[in-house]
Design a protein around this ligand. Structure first.
Ligand SMILES: Nc1ncnc2c1ncn2[C@@H]1O[C@H](COP(=O)(O)OP(=O)(O)OP(=O)(O)O)[C@@H](O)[C@H]1O
Ligand SMILES: [Mg+2]
Length: 89
């Protein structure tokens, strides 16, 4: 598996936009792509998912489906890592 990192100290310069566009373009070229959004701003998630899907994973009850929700039991010492939501296109 190849991992590509995009880094820039400055905020708002287009890191997430570039990741989003490269991800779907590689996928269209039949390259298998995983886009894992670890940014609490969740900009990448909101680029990929439509409003209905976002509402489902961002409601309080289903917070466990986000990456933060998945590691929350571990952080709180209440259990193991939970399964985050995964979407296939
Ligand atoms: N090439 C571009 N030309 C014009 N606007 C752009 C370009 N790339 C990104 N933008 C716009 O700039 C804003 C910030 O882009 P983006 O969220 O991708 O930046 P970022 O580096 O990921 O920001 P952050 O540091 O907050 O994570 C967005 O409104 C986006 O639409
Ligand atoms: Mg960003």
């Amino acid at each position: 598996m190849k991992t590509i990192g995009f880094f820039n100290n400055k905020g708002g310069v287009g890191k997430t936009s570039l990741v989003y566009h490269l991800a779907w373009m590689y996928a269209e070229l039949q390259v298998r792509v995983i886009a894992a959004d670890l940014d609490p701003q969740a900009n990448l998630t909101s680029m990929f998912l439509d409003d209905e899907d976002l509402e489902v994973i961002w409601t309080e009850q289903s917070r466990v489906q986000t990456i933060f929700g998945a590691i929350q039991p571990l952080l709180e010492g209440l259990g193991d890592i939970a399964e985050p939501a995964r979407y296939s296109r």
